[in-house]
Write a protein that binds this ligand. Structure first.
Ligand code: ADP
Ligand code: GLC
Length: 477
């Protein structure tokens, strides 16, 4: 079987969140199961300059009005790639989602190029059996397959975050190389607009999302308007939890840490803490419980609930370290909190991969108070690194963190703390439960060890994706 993954991010070259991590790890994990998975991504300069370019797979005099384009064959370590090389759209500063003026056309170009590989194949005759798109940026891919001619590969759409849908005015339909009859509720139309994600969810053979609980939530109140469509397609919708890439997120091998450690050598974790405190400008207090967050500052991530609890944390003797970027209002509020509590609250506004690794090696409690969380990766990294996650019970957070309770402490299954209501009081209550357990070091260590011993590898999820591919009926061409 052969599969073409298509998406807008790829760690370590282009990443704004978990999508980049998944696009790097999941295709490699499926390859390890014997499937020929390749990946198509835009030829952003950070990718183009870093991978081996092997040749040209296809070329077009113009693609979606963005001028000449080529599909290049390339190779990242352990992963065959196709790069959509279209300089007007992709070779410029501004990040993957800047330049709103051509957001629709350039991701339509990516989706069209994927459909081309699926229908025509590359110069060497490689043609995938399955086109597997990720998030709204690839939502039109099943539409180009459905409305074009020639062979029809199977199509799969994975939802990493249903809040982002790619909605544009219907008047641009022609710019997207779609026929007029695509603009119907059966096609790409959604409340009078064009909606990329809706098109994919309507037209793809199979739909997946990144946790079982989120797969339920998006059929109900969490569907951001797409719940009806998803409930209608529930037989084709799979919730498959994400894994973690053990080559990148492993405290025993992590080159970013001053001291590497594992379950057998937990004492080796300790030197990471004063080093981290020094770097962040926190007092080198060995006893203060250290709470931390690493997150996009987006309202759905619920970091405002942490802001509500800053004074409570400090007056309880805790420290807080936050690494994040996004909403300018939230950035300002966190910086002010750090000014109010020098040495006890430290905030780094920006994106820093190495610092993120160090947070996990140093903190005691990792805060993920998300209003919605399709899967979430940081609570998995936290458990692997011996930090107790404190999460709101939603989406993938509910599926991957076992909250401390008398029962879960007794049966040894607890790995963190959970709360339900999305407000500061409920988070404060969970913080108090964490502080109480922190005062009982043997119990704390049991919960910590349980998290570190869990296997969040990609092998299980990769097999679940294979099973899902296996349910797609073979197509006539
Ligand atoms: P999302 O994709 O919604 O942002 P995830 O938990 O799936 O949430 O993934 C977030 C990823 O981005 C993790 O790998 C996390 O470490 C990383 N990350 C988020 N913010 C930052 C930051 N400011 N600096 C470094 N890494 C970050
Ligand atoms: C999205 C989600 C996050 C998920 C990630 C990878 O960005 O917000 O919960 O972990 O995609 O699937």
């Amino acid at each position: 079987m052969s599969v073409l993954f298509v998406g807008s991010e790829l760690f370590p070259y282009v990443k704004t969140g978990g999508l980049g991590d998944v696009m790097a790890a999941l295709p490699r994990a499926i390859r390890a199961q014997g499937v020929d998975v390749r990946l198509l991504v835009p030829a952003y300069p950070s990718i183009h300059s870093a991978v081996d370019i092997l040749g040209e797979a296809a070329s077009f005099p113009d693609l979606m009005g963005g001028g000449p384009a080529r599909i290049l064959r390339a190779e990242a370590p352990g992963l065959p790639l196709y790069l959509l090389d279209q300089p007007t759209f992709f070779d410029r500063p501004g990040g993957p989602y800047g330049h709103p003026e051509d957001l629709a056309t350039r991701f339509a170009a990516l989706a069209w190029a994927a459909a081309h590989l699926g229908r025509v194949g590359d110069v060497d005759g490689w043609r995938p059996d399955v086109l597997h798109g990720h998030d709204w940026q690839t939502g039109l891919m099943p539409a180009y397959v459905a409305y074009g001619d020639g062979p029809r590969p199977a199509t799969v759409m994975t939802i990493h975050n249903i809040a982002f849908q790619g909605r544009f005015q219907a008047s641009i339909l022609g710019d997207l190389w779609l026929p007029r009859h695509a603009l119907t509720p059966e096609g790409v139309e959604f409340h009078g607009d064009i909606c990329f994600l809706k098109a994919g969810l309507k037209l793809a053979d199979r739909l997946t999302t990144v946790s079982p609980t989120y797969a339920q939530e998006i059929q109900h109140a969490g569907g951001h308007g797409l719940e009806g469509l998803l409930a209608h397609r529930k037989e084709s919708l799979y919730g498959i939890i994400n894994g973690i890439d053990k080559a990148v997120w492993n405290p025993a091998k992590d080159p970013n840490l001053v001291s590497r450690y594992d379950l057998k050598h937990p004492g080796r974790r300790l030197p990471n803490r004063p080093d981290f405190q020094r770097r962040m400008g926190l007092h080198e207090d060995p006893n203060a419980p250290l709470f931390a967050a690493v997150s996009r500052l987006d309202p759905l991530k619920g970091l405002d609930l942490v802001l509500d609890n800053v004074d409570h944390l400090v007056s309880s003797g805790a420290q807080l370290a936050v690494l994040g970027t996004g909403d300018p209002h939230a950035e300002g509020a966190f910086l002010q909190a750090a000014q109010r509590h020098p040495g006890r609250v430290a905030v780094f506004i920006g994106y820093d991969e190495a610092l993120a690794h160090r947070v996990f090696s140093a903190a005691d409690v990792f805060l993920v108070p998300s209003r919605q969380e399709p899967c979430g990766l940081t609570q998995l990294y936290a458990q692997a690194y011996g930090v107790l996650p404190l999460v709101r019970r939603t989406g993938g957070l509910a599926d991957t963190v076992v909250g401390v309770s008398p029962e879960t402490l007794a049966d040894g299954t607890a790995t963190g703390f959970t709360f339900d209501t999305a407000n500061g009081l409920a988070l404060g209550d969970a913080i108090n439960r964490a502080l109480a357990l922190f005062r009982d070091p043997p119990a704390w260590r049991r919960v910590q060890r349980r998290g570190m011993a869990r296997d969040f590898g990609w092998e299980g999820p990769a097999r679940a994706y294979l099973d899902m591919y296996g349910t797609i009926p073979a197509k006539g061409v």
